[in-house]
Design a protein around this ligand. Structure first.
Ligand SMILES: NC(=O)c1ccc[n+]([C@@H]2O[C@H](COP(=O)([O-])OP(=O)(O)OC[C@H]3O[C@@H](n4cnc5c(N)ncnc54)[C@H](OP(=O)(O)O)[C@@H]3O)[C@@H](O)[C@H]2O)c1
Length: 281
């Protein structure tokens, strides 16, 4: 049990997703009143019902984190339901297919008028690139404004931004996502210094590789087998496994607790089985 969380109002963006649904449940299990933010109310309601089934308190507040009008309305809804936010987890984020190259480095085919299946850097869509950068950066900044204002007027609080391994070193193929997550880590430090006089601590968590269970993606194929990229990821992770959503919970609760991490601000903690610490040759 972490002290300094019970009865506090916690807002979790991306709360309908794989990692942040677990974070929302963990905060509720510690006694926080949790507001769940995301665009799809059905996903939020499933998490809300799971929290309520365990005796916790939650409310679904649908909003797009990149839209200031919607996030301001969400801020009003949270204030009306529970009172001022004291803990904010910025988990809404992600990537987009059109912003990911299909090759790890330049190939001559991408210079052709019709590059076929190859999507190289030269054919990335700038609009998709911007969408991913904005989701991860501005989509973190806007909730910090809206819910940080509630904290600043009410004894402060804790903000936890969700970064990535890409915050430190851009992974192959993911230029937009890497730029966005590097921005999240950098912004976390900036905001920590800025908001310290308001009694608000701002920290981050950089998850390693936590593939969604039962879903195909870069790490696992449709049959659940490791892809070539998945195999390389495990090989380059000193602890030789993927992370789970649960792996993030201890760090989250530590950073959310004004007692456990009272003097900690401006740090982003990798929770990655040692991936960022290792540089295999
Ligand atoms: N999984 C990993 O290995 C990993 C590693 C490092 C970092 N991360 C980061 O961890 C966070 C959670 O990842 P995850 O794997 O749990 O992904 P996920 O399951 O896709 O969850 C992301 C959630 O964000 C919501 N979202 C997306 N765009 C939004 C918007 N504009 N406004 C509001 N909500 C929005 C989505 O719900 P709606 O579509 O309903 O809005 C979704 O439920 C992300 O920031 C991700 O970049 C993940």
């Amino acid at each position: 049990m972490f002290s300094g969380i019970r009865d506090r109002v916690a807002v979790v963006t991306g709360a309908g997703g794989n990692l942040c649904s677990e974070m929302a449940k963990a905060l509720a299990a510690e006694g926080a009143k949790v507001a769940l933010i995301g665009r799809t109310v059905e996903k939020l309601d499933a998490v809300r019902k799971a929290i309520e089934a365990e005796g916790g308190t939650a409310v679904s507040v649908p909003a797009d984190v990149t839209d200031p009008v919607q996030v301001h309305a969400a801020g009003d809804a949270v204030m009306a339901a529970f009172g001022p936010c004291r803990i904010l987890v910025n988990g809404a984020g992600g990537n987009a297919r059109g912003a990911i190259t299909t090759v790890n480095s330049f190939v001559a085919e991408e210079l052709r008028d019709d590059p076929g299946e190859v999507r190289g850097f030269f054919s990335l869509d700038p609009a998709e690139f911007s969408r991913v950068v904005i989701l991860n950066t501005t989509g973190t900044m806007i909730p910090c404004q809206v819910f940080g204002r509630q904290m600043a007027g009410n004894d402060g609080g804790a903000i936890i931004n969700i970064a990535s391994m890409n915050s430190y070193t851009p992974l192959t193929r993911n230029s937009a996502y890497a730029a966005g997550k590097a921005g999240v880590e950098n912004f976390t430090r900036w905001l920590a210094a800025y908001l310290a006089p308001a009694g608000i601590r701002v920290n981050g968590i950089a998850p390693g590789f936590h593939p969604k269970p039962n879903r195909d993606g870069p790490q696992r194929d449709r049959d659940g087998n490791l892809t070539e990229r998945g195999l390389r990821t495990i090989e380059n992770t000193p602890m030789k496994r993927f992370g789970t959503a649960r792996d993030l919970v201890g760090t989250l609760l530590w950073l959310a607790s004004d007692e456990a991490s009272a003097f900690v601000t401006g740090v982003t903690v990798p929770v990655d089985g040692g991936f960022v610490a290792s540089s295999p040759v």
